[in-house]
Design a protein around this ligand. Structure first.
Ligand code: DAH
Length: 342
């Protein structure tokens, strides 16, 4: 058979087979049959070695043109089949938006978060800013600047996690008082809610990590009356407008004078119950007038400015507010406990 006729026959057969291929695999089989190592067209190409040089050029043209033609056809068919496969897949993957969805379990805002948010709302309502602090601190910010030099006995009441001799996990949010005063001159009116750490065994009233809210006001003419007014207003907003507060003398190295603030028991309204151990009062926080040594440490002139500070236990406030008697449930995050705060 003449070469040209033979090649035309191959093309015709190839075309009908390529067209009939319904999958990429079937098409590949056709490609191998004609263009593979021992494919029909490949064999003809190989056979050209035996031709006379003068015949070879003309024959080469015919066979090579056929090869290009076949390869183009394969590429084109491949695209067509891929398109078809995609169309088919998209048809079966249609999303039925009428199928009812699976119900995901719903969480709740943690009671601690509720209480923190409420405290923030009350103080920002009185013009306080909310500052952030560092949980990893130096000895200076946690103790020294707060008038607790290395040999101060009060250091022992705060069992500290030391990272190095000089770096520690803060035991109190009072650290942020120092940072706030270093950063800006008065007027300062800020709170700082945050985590604090002490090396305590876990029990119903202790946890090695707990939460405090620190407060600091520094300006000209700040007196104990301002402290009393702000904290009384806070207690009334937090526990209810019938709440009364009282101040008891206390001691903190960073305040002078120092006090503790009690509020009438929110469970019994002051009559005396199990929660307040019959006294009618609950201690809610420590406070005082900022020690002039602390003001001076931060570059604030105590002849011009004065201030008050307070620190409250967020966990304690949460427990009082919701009648929680075991601190551990607050940290365990059992969904059955949390669900009650929806
Ligand atoms: N830092 C104290 C503590 O952890 C709480 C405290 C008391 C903070 C009196 C104050 C303050 O700012 O004035 O026990």
């Amino acid at each position: 058979m003449e070469l040209k006729t033979e090649v035309e026959k191959i093309i015709r057969e190839f075309d009908s087979q390529a067209l009939a291929a319904e999958t990429v695999d079937a098409l590949n089989a056709v490609r191998i049959r004609y263009l593979g190592k021992s494919g029909e067209l490949t064999l003809i190409l190989k056979g050209m070695r035996d031709l006379q040089p003068e015949e070879r050029a003309a024959a080469g043209k015919i066979v090579n043109a056929a090869r290009v033609r076949l390869e183009d056809c394969i590429t084109e068919s491949e695209r067509r089949l891929q398109r078809l496969a995609l169309d088919a897949r998209l048809k079966t993957e249609v999303i039925d938006i009428s199928i009812p969805s699976k119900k995901l379990p719903r969480g709740a805002v943690h009671p601690q978060t509720l209480v923190r948010n409420q405290i923030i709302e009350i103080f920002t309502g009185m013009g306080f800013t909310v500052e952030d602090g560092r949980e990893v601190e130096t000895d200076y910010y946690n103790f020294e600047a707060l008038n607790l030099p290395p040999d101060h006995p009060a250091r022992e009441t705060q069992d500290t996690f030391y990272i190095t001799e000089n770096i520690l996990l803060r035991t109190q949010t009072s650290t942020t008082q120092i940072r706030a005063m270093e950063k800006q001159q008065p007027p300062i009116k800020m709170i700082n809610p945050g985590r604090v750490y002490r090396s305590d065994e876990i029990d119903a009233t202790h946890s090695p990590m707990f939460h405090q809210v620190e407060g600091l006001v520094v300006d000209k003419n700040i007196t104990m009356c301002d402290l009393k007014g702000v904290l009384d207003a806070f207690a009334k907003r937090f526990f209810g407008s019938d709440t009364k507060t009282r101040l008891r003398p206390s001691h903190f190295p960073f305040t002078e004078p120092s006090i503790e603030v009690d509020a009438t028991c929110s469970q019994c309204g002051g009559a005396g119950c199990r929660v307040c151990k019959g006294t009618g009062w609950l201690e809610i926080l420590g406070a005082g007038m900022v020690n002039i040594k602390v003001l001076s440490n931060c570059g604030i002139d105590p002849k011009i400015y004065s201030g008050f500070a307070f620190g409250l236990g967020l966990d304690r406030m949460t427990n009082i507010k919701y009648g929680i008697t075991d601190l551990r449930v607050v940290f365990e995050n059992d969904i059955r406990f949390l669900k009650q705060f929806r």
